[in-house]
Write a protein that binds this ligand. Sequence first.
Ligand SMILES: NC(=O)c1ccc[n+]([C@@H]2O[C@H](COP(=O)([O-])OP(=O)(O)OC[C@H]3O[C@@H](n4cnc5c(N)ncnc54)[C@H](OP(=O)(O)O)[C@@H]3O)[C@@H](O)[C@H]2O)c1
Length: 317
Amino acid sequence: MTTGTSRALVLERFGSPPRTLRRPLPTRAADETLLRVLAAQVGHLDLNVLDGHFGILPSLPFVPGTEACGTVVASDVHPEGTLVRVRGAGLGLSRDGGWAEHAVAADRAVVPVPPGTDPALACCFFSAAGSAWAAVHDVAALCEGERVLVTGAAGAVGCLAVQLALRAGAEVIGVVGRQAKRAHVPAGAKAVLAGDLSADAVGEPVDALIDTVGGSVLPAALKLVRPGGRAALIGYSAGRELTVDLADFLLADVPLLPVSMMSRAVDLTPVGDRLLAEIASGELNLPIERYTLDRLETAVERLRTGAAIGKVAMTME
Ligand SMILES: NC(=O)c1ccc[n+]([C@@H]2O[C@H](COP(=O)([O-])OP(=O)(O)OC[C@H]3O[C@@H](n4cnc5c(N)ncnc54)[C@H](OP(=O)(O)O)[C@@H]3O)[C@@H](O)[C@H]2O)c1
């Protein structure tokens, strides 16, 4: 049995920042893996949990962190020292998560990653890359020569969706919320400000929309999709409510389809392995901002305000 203590960020009240506490090492059951965490994602889903605004919420006190990377300390499945990423099976939602120096995850939530992989990349690429890939290839199902509008095009999911759509041979128009983000839209895409979204700025109606921001941007972007086109909805960083004029919606005839990593993650694991290799080699670009555990509040603020460029990760060392 592994004993000792380690630090964890503990959420005691929704809406208040977690506190750093030293606690006994978490104990694992037979179908669980104990890991020493090297890096953990600070993601929008984690912010929803901190705020108490999500369909699955933990009882408090609770350690947040829905995605992490670390080395195996004890497991019946994985040899000690294996570098792994963990997400799913309730991690950081219905059971303590990865914002800690040690964490326990269900064995089915543990996926080995190649030795030497950057832990900050391993902890935060999967949801972004998996959802971008599913939106481009499964839901919007882009074909060569089609035109696609991608919102949040300088964000983590959006910048990967732009790169994958370009690689599929699509013409890409990337939408950003603020001027400063234009420079972060991947090369090869045309950048447009969300405030300027119009037929004049975009040209002919697009074949598909991949939306990562929701809010007031989504209805404006939907109007620019051709009848019979497709719209894939991944996220809502600019707002989680949508008001639709149903007469206009029927007239436009554009299906709005959700992309959920909660239901797609298992099927996307092999694709995830490939995308991890491509990001690690620089073939695909995913910027990552890194903060130490004691700088969580800065990390949260960067993500919440949309100031962060790409993914936000917390490193434990
Ligand atoms: N469906 C799934 O399974 C799944 C998987 C992964 C992520 N997601 C969701 O996808 C969304 C994007 O994730 P991400 O990792 O790409 O986030 P991100 O890197 O923070 O990018 C989101 C972009 O949204 C814009 N934004 C943020 N806050 C805003 C605000 N208050 N007002 C206007 N614009 C704002 C920012 O770009 P601008 O400055 O250009 O506006 C930001 O670059 C999130 O809602 C996340 O929860 C869903």
